[in-house]
Design a binder for this molecule. Structure first.
Ligand SMILES: C[S@@+](CC[C@H](N)C(=O)[O-])C[C@H]1O[C@@H](n2cnc3c(N)ncnc32)[C@H](O)[C@@H]1O
Length: 302
């Protein structure tokens, strides 16, 4: 679809929803906090399994050929896999339901895997080379300096306001030459550069996923380098996520294009769930219009 048309649709969707939903109230909502993030995931676990991945992955599929395929969910863990060697210590920040951690641990039985998340790992079938801790990963005091070979974080750091606190800890615990792989969202320009409608769409998308306000690519790149990490490469995968985003948009549109049904659902269900529907409704057009990028970063400790 033409990016300009997506931009037009973002405006029309924000205006359309404003006729039957109190968007300001949704945007103001609950403040972004660790409690809010964990309760969002506790509440939406079933929705992620039902609508996103039965296997418990919570990141977007990267479909290189432009067509949706379920197995495209493995792009991110496979990218990390290429950095792992026998004997390595590998840490996942924000392991979610553990799907990446368990997949990679089975692929690399000679490496040690440690996962950190606000919620505990529920899986019973956990390989011996995996341990998990329920904690905020902006404090990595359980790790010695220079002790980790590979770290990775998929679609999780976006939840946190103080990203430099996290990256200072990442730099401290990585071995010299160690690598950190991040997949996350970035605005194509600073928030202030967008018009009022697009700003509202960005705020609704951020809120919908219990994220902090999404930052621009330049701001995110500055965080990494301010913390002493080298930006080895960044790749824009936005186009490749559009098939997955389109799939979710179609589901959300079934509700949000019917004002009566939407009003009822928004009255009956908690905002943790309903604002997620808005995120699904706007996400495809935000990606296609070039407002929000989906980026892979490979960072190195010098
Ligand atoms: C979108 S899910 C991604 C899960 C997993 N990385 C995946 O790709 O399937 C984000 C996860 O990050 C976790 N998270 C966010 N901020 C966190 C923090 N400060 N400390 C620990 N976990 C955090 C959430 O609890 C959630 O499970």
């Amino acid at each position: 679809m033409n990016p300009h048309y997506s931009n037009y649709l973002l405006h029309a969707k924000v205006d359309g929803m404003a006729k039957f939903l109190r968007l300001e109230k949704i945007i103001e909502g609950e403040k972004n906090s660790l409690d809010q993030i964990s309760s969002y995931y506790r509440f939406n676990e079933w929705a992620y399994r039902r609508f996103h991945s039965h296997d418990g992955f919570k990141h977007f599929r990267i479909s290189a050929n432009g067509c949706f395929a379920d197995e495209d969910i493995y792009h991110q863990p496979d990218a990390v896999s290429s950095f792992i060697k026998p004997g390595d210590v590998v840490v996942e920040l924000g392991f979610g339901s553990g799907a990446n951690l368990l997949y990679l641990a089975r692929c690399h039985p000679d490496a040690t895997f440690i996962g950190l998340d606000l919620l505990p790992l529920k899986s019973k079938d956990v390989p011996e080379n995996v341990s998990t801790y329920q904690q905020d990963y902006s404090n990595l005091s359980r790790f010695e300096d220079n002790s980790v070979d590979v770290m990775y974080a998929f679609e999780t750091i976006v939840h946190n306001t103080d990203k430099e606190k996290i990256y200072r800890e990442v730099r401290r615990v990585l071995k010299p030459g160690g690598v950190m792989v991040v997949y996350d969202y970035a605005l194509s320009a600073r928030y202030e550069a967008f018009d009022a409608h697009i700003q509202k769409a960005i705020a609704l998308i951020s809120k919908g996923g219990a994220a902090a306000m999404i930052e621009s690519l330049d701001e995110l790149n500055a965080h990494y380098t301010n913390c002493g990490l080298t930006l080895e490469k960044w790749t824009d995968y936005t186009r490749e996520t559009l098939p997955d985003l389109k799939r979710l948009e179609r589901k959300a549109a079934k509700i949000l294009r019917r004002p009566r049904l939407a009003r009822l659902i928004f009255r009956l269900f908690s905002q943790q769930f309903t604002s997620n529907i808005i995120m699904g409704y706007l996400g495809y057009d935000a990606g296609n219009a070039g407002v929000i990028y989906y980026v892979e970063w490979v960072l190195r400790k010098p």
